[in-house]
Design a protein around this ligand. Structure first.
Ligand SMILES: *Cc1c(COP(=O)(O)O)cnc(C)c1O
Length: 232
């Protein structure tokens, strides 16, 4: 199947999930996760209306940013090293993967230099998988409070990567938990925190994530097909 057919399928499944839980279509945004994919694939998705793209490597994001139209919103969804922050702060629409104060401080430093404000999500390792980045469920609230003190960084919400599972229902408790933490933080009314976005759900589980409150879903394989890691 081609990208157009895949996109149509994802969008209709999204809409169905949105309807089953009584939400509005405008509340859930689709990020086309284009990591490892060639420019031609992104250009095709762009022609079919995609404006949000997700990448997990700094160099790849920068290369694609430079080659593609400027109305694309770039989402950094992968682990971000502090020494690479400077290359992307003025190119990304949203950094989904902030999981430490030190990383947030580095973003603050580079954003201040460029006199911009950078929107970020705090990544939470809800499922406590050892292989995954992200702060812990115990630490997320205090981390958000600390990041909120940085004037050039704006916390816009939370992100999680759920485990790879056969049955997407197994991930429902993790999505539910992230939503709970999100609501808790909203109730704290922290200055400079704008809890609006919940980035959760991938190809295998986005419908479950939508019914648990996702505002961003990140879909790669479901749009572009399997990734060929050896090619890059
Ligand atoms: C690769 C990736 C995705 C997309 O995964 P698919 O299963 O291909 O949809 C989503 N989020 C993150 C953080 C990723 O690294």
């Amino acid at each position: 199947m081609g990208i157009k057919e895949n996109l149509d399928t994802v969008k209709s499944r999204m809409e169905k999930a949105i309807q089953t839980c009584g939400r509005e279509v405008s509340e859930v945004k689709l990020i086309a996760v284009s990591k490892t994919k060639p420019l031609a694939a992104l250009e095709e998705a762009y022609r079919y209306g995609c404006r949000d793209f997700g990448e997990n490597k700094v160099q790849e994001l920068v290369n694609k940013y430079e080659a593609l139209p400027k109305d694309i919103r770039w989402h950094m969804i992968g682990h971000l090293q502090r020494n690479k922050v400077k290359y992307i702060v003025d190119k990304v629409f949203l950094i989904h993967s902030v999981d430490s104060l030190r990383l947030a401080q580095e973003i603050e430093k580079e954003a201040a230099k460029k006199n911009i404000t950078v929107d970020i999500l705090v990544e939470v390792n809800v499922a406590e998988e050892e292989s995954k980045f992200g702060t812990t469920v115990e630490e997320v609230r205090s981390l958000v409070e600390e990041i909120a003190k940085l004037p050039h960084v704006r916390v816009k919400g939370l992100m999680t990567i759920a485990p790879y599972v056969e049955d997407s229902e197994e991930n429902r408790p993790y999505f539910e938990k992230l939503k709970q933490i999100y609501v808790d933080i909203i109730h704290k009314n922290i200055d400079n925190v704008f809890m609006e976005e919940l980035s959760m759900g991938m190809t295998g589980d986005y419908e479950v994530a939508i019914t648990e409150g996702a505002t961003y879903i990140r879909v790669g394989t479901g749009i572009f097909g399997e990734r060929e890691y050896t090619a890059i």
